[in-house]
Design a protein around this ligand. Structure first.
Ligand code: DSN
Length: 415
């Protein structure tokens, strides 16, 4: 326990908030005690610019060993030849990945941002749009990827890089088909379009072998480590292409980053060992089942809800309840259910309001949420959002009843 009482008080409050609430933000999850402890280890005190055996500082033998271990475990987990474990975050990983693959001004074809992309996929407020020429492919009318539209856009735009991987897309992604489309386009046009996947949201599903592995098809794959993987906050870059290893290494250090966070790399190593256990596959299957059960229950109750083939779905709160995403998020938060407002396909409202909520079950499943409780939570969401009641204490009691049966967020053991 730290001695700074002021900061410690906020840690306690946050523990209470997390323990007392139902976390349905699709990008969040709870790390184990081991992952948390590794991330605050004495490795924090070490400078190690460079890579194992090629550092700019002495005294790196221990951090070298652990960074090598993290790489080996990540390579096994994602069934891929090379993983760079140094990116500080997903955005940093994407920053370095672009630099490794293309030149400033080159054209990148990514998903229309309102359809579930990410800031680093060409948003005007991100470095990505000011450095590269981003153009976009929309989803089909049904809100799903339309591979014919992608093929047409590849031919029309002739991009240098095609980018897949999304933060609010509830369906499976056919990476194999994308590879085939890019190869066909390159062959027909004599082009050299590269294929990058940002699998941050679905990395846990990939690791568990429950969906296509983008590493089998893309030239380069990036991810974060703290979402479905349940690791510390951080990023990774991976590839099966030997010729891309050197450009990736120099794009991470020294181009975009200085000293690696070796304490976080140690924590990643601990997390990869956890995710290599058979129990992680079971956990991930439970996440998929729970998410599906919640979407189906809300649909049964008459809500306008996307289907789901992964760990998240989108609830159209405007059409279902006449509420904006912001209003729905605020209402649910007031009883202890945390979600986030999200644009939905064809949204007419601003990103600060939105017509949708993004809902995911990765975090609650880590704490032990059962299928029966998933149905109770979906019913609760429905009742609260359609209700006009000012007195929400009845709902708060229900939330407390559910969370009181779950594991404490400070005492999770994944091994
Ligand atoms: N902020 C993340 C999410 O919520 O999906 C994306 O980086």
């Amino acid at each position: 326990m730290i001695l700074d009482k002021e900061v410690q008080a906020y840690f306690r409050k946050e523990e209470e908030r997390q323990n007392g609430g139902i976390e349905l933000i699709a990008s969040e999850n709870y790390p184990s005690v081991d992952v948390r402890e590794a991330s605050s280890s004495i490795f924090m005190a070490k400078y190690a610019e460079g890579y194992p055996s090629h550092r700019y500082y002495g005294g790196c033998e221990n951090v070298d060993a652990v960074e090598n271990l993290a790489m080996e475990r990540a390579q096994k987990l994602f069934r891929v030849a090379y993983v760079n474990v140094q990116p500080h975050s997903g955005s940093q990983a994407n920053f370095a990945a672009y630099h490794a693959l293309i030149k400033p001004g080159d054209k990148v074809l990514s998903l229309t941002l309102n359809d579930g992309g990410h800031l680093t996929h060409g948003s005007p407020v991100s470095f990505s749009a000011s450095t590269y020429d981003f153009v976009h492919y929309p989803l089909g009318e049904d809100g799903k990827l339309d591979y014919d539209i992608i093929a047409k856009k590849l031919d029309e735009e002739n991009p240098d890089l095609f980018l897949a991987g999304y933060s609010a897309y509830p369906y499976a992604i056919d990476f194999k088909r994308m590879r085939e489309l890019i190869d066909a386009h390159n062959a027909a046009k004599g082009a050299h379009c590269l294929f990058m996947v940002d699998m941050a949201h679905i990395a846990g599903i990939v690791a568990a072998g429950l969906c296509q592995n983008p590493c089998d098809y893309a030239d380069l794959v990036t991810t974060t480590t703290h979402k479905t993987l349940r690791g510390p906050r951080g990023g990774l870059i991976m590839t099966n292409r030997e010729d891309l290893v050197k450009p990736i290494k120099s794009a991470v250090f020294p181009y975009t980053q200085g000293g690696p966070l070796e304490h976080i790399i140690a924590s990643k190593a601990v997390n990869f060992l956890e995710d290599l256990q058979p129990s992680f596959k079971e956990y991930m299957q439970n996440v998929l089942d729970n998410t599906k059960a919640a979407a189906e229950e809300l649909s049964r109750l008459g809500c306008v809800v996307s289907g789901t083939e992964n760990h998240l779905f989108l609830l159209n709160v405007l059409d279902s309840f006449g509420l904006t995403g912001l209003e729905a998020q605020t209402k649910l938060e007031s009883i202890g259910i945390t979600t986030n407002k999200n644009m939905i396909h064809g949204d007419t409202l601003k990103p600060s309001q939105t017509s949708g909520l993004r809902i995911g079950f990765a975090a609650s499943t880590t704490r032990g949420c059962t299928k029966k409780q998933v149905i109770e939570i979906a019913d609760l969401i429905y009742e609260v959002l359609r209700g006009k009641e000012e007195d929400l204490s009845r709902y708060k009691e229900k939330v407390a009843g559910i969370t009181s049966t779950w594991k404490d967020v400070m005492d999770l053991h994944q091994l």
